[in-house]
Structure formats: structure tokens, C-alpha cells
Design a protein around this ligand. Structure first.
Ligand SMILES: [Zn+2]
Length: 137
């Protein structure tokens, strides 16, 4: 058996060291992000407000997320505060893509919804900061 990353000798593990394990995971995460960024987007994306408000089904707040580049989880937008569903506050995301909508309920629970393609430049901001924490507290 050889290390799955550097092909060094192994006895009973998949990688020769934690460094190789982490390096291999980083490549995997970066690859997943690249695949996400390369997904073909529709020419005309759905209207965000008209889509998200009915999906919310009464949930008062929402955030969007996409796969994270630097870890295996997701990046949430906005970073640390959820947006009101009604009146609808539009999101800012760093680049076009399919974003998952998560709804935040008054009891503190979170409900993940579907993904929505975002292409409208009004919702894009290269400086939009995401956070890795799914919960707000
Ligand atoms: Zn190795």
C-alpha cells in the first residue's frame, strides 16, 4: 500500500501523515468548488423574491450557501446575520452560481431548502463575505 497523496509507503492507513491527508482533502474541496463554479447556469435565472418567499412557508429569515473552497463544509451569505424573507431583503453573493437557501425559524431551528441559480448582477458583489457557521448563535 502507498499513500494516496504522495505515494509514500504505508502500513495500514490511507495516507502516510496527517499533512498528506489534509493536502488530499484540500485538493478534493478545491475540486468540488471548481465543479460548482463550472455548473452551467440558466440564461434567465428565476426571480429571487418570487421564488424564496413561497419556499419560506412562513420562516422569517434566510441565508444562502455554496460549497466552501477552504474546508469541506459550506459558506453562508451573509456571514453572521440572516436576511428577512418579508419584506424581502435581497442577498449579496460573490459570484454567479447555484446557492442553497436555508431558512431560520423562530425556535432557532434551520430548514434547508432547494438551490437557486443566481446570475443577476444586482445580487453579485465580489466582496461579499461568507462565513462557515451554519447557525447564527
Ligand atoms: Zn503521503
Amino acid at each position: 500500500m502507498v499513500c494516496r497523496f504522495c505515494k509514500g509507503p504505508l502500513t495500514n492507513k490511507l495516507y502516510c501523515s496527517n499533512a498528506c491527508k489534509l493536502a488530499a482533502r484540500r485538493l478534493m474541496w478545491a475540486d468540488a468548488q471548481k465543479k460548482w463554479a463550472a455548473l452551467p447556469l440558466p440564461k434567465k435565472a428565476p426571480n429571487l423574491e418570487e421564488t424564496i418567499v413561497p419556499w419560506a412557508d412562513g420562516a422569517p429569515f434566510y441565508r444562502l450557501s455554496c460549497p466552501a473552497k477552504s474546508h469541506g463544509g459550506r459558506r453562508y451569505f451573509p456571514k453572521d446575520i440572516a436576511l428577512p424573507v418579508f419584506p424581502f431583503e435581497p442577498p449579496k453573493v460573490p459570484k454567479p452560481g447555484y446557492y442553497r437557501v436555508s431558512f431560520y425559524l423562530p425556535d432557532g431551528s434551520i430548514r434547508d431548502g432547494s438551490e437557486i441559480p443566481i446570475t443577476d448582477p444586482r445580487f453579485l458583489s465580489p466582496n461579499a463575505r461568507g462565513g462557515s457557521k451554519k447557525s447564527l448563535f
